[in-house]
Design a protein around this ligand. Structure first.
Ligand code: HEM
Length: 187
């Protein structure tokens, strides 16, 4: 039965991809094993806590930063907003990413600022004028696809700035955050 064969093939491909991703995540980094356990984890990232953020939200962001090397992303700046596609090769990271995007955009809709310690000032305007942004989120095969538009030029500028900041964090993790914060401190 051709359809059965095809289906089995697809399952096999998915199983292989999942195994490869799990292997990539579990491989020891430098020294021997057990580095995932809290006591030896130098990456607790207290800056991801927020006055108005839940522990789950901070943990999701930790997962994104710890595994930034599994992320990839394309951004298109539109005259009135952004179109972004973001994905992870690791299914668990993908899950955290989708939850982060849905949760944070919902906060913007409700102008409910999480006040995360390291959060970018580019986000401030979103939490003041979230009602001026139209968003669609699509969880597709190629990744999580976000389109955001606004008729407010200041918001459009902030959308462009923030999308570039997310790209930098996806490419370089916490290093990108530290450099952005240092650059802002000099101004
Ligand atoms: C590696 C780290 C991070 C990744 C990969 C990431 C990923 C994303 C993505 C894909 C979006 C959807 C908008 C877009 O595609 O440009 C988004 C939105 C958002 N993120 Fe993150 N994020 C990260 C870190 C953070 C941090 C540290 C904060 C601090 C609070 C944060 C807060 C937000 C907020 C508030 C939004 C909604 C903004 C909007 O409406 O466009 N993110 N993030």
């Amino acid at each position: 039965m051709p359809s059965f064969t095809k289906r089995t093939m697809i399952i096999a491909v998915i199983a292989f991809a999942a195994a490869a991703a799990a292997f990539a995540t579990l491989r020891p980094s430098g020294h021997h094993g057990h580095h995932m356990h809290g006591a030896h984890d130098e990456h607790s990232m207290p800056g991801l806590q927020g006055e108005n953020a839940t522990p789950e939200e901070s943990e999701e962001m930790r997962v994104l930063f710890r595994n930034f090397d599994t992320l990839s992303r394309e951004v298109t700046n539109l005259p009135d907003g952004i179109n972004t596609v973001t994905r992870s090769t690791d299914p668990a990271v993908m899950e955290a990413l989708v939850s982060h995007v849905i949760g944070m955009i919902d906060r913007v809709d409700q102008t409910d600022d999480p006040k995360v310690r390291i959060q970018s000032p580019a986000l401030d305007i979103f939490f003041l004028r979230g009602d001026r942004i139209t968003t669609t989120i699509d969880v597709a095969d190629e990744g999580v696809v976000v389109t955001q538009t606004s008729d407010d030029p200041e918001i459009v500028e902030a959308l462009h700035t923030h999308a570039a900041e997310v790209s930098d964090m996806a490419a370089r993790g916490m290093q990108a955050v530290h450099e952005m914060m240092a650059a802002r401190a000099q101004n």
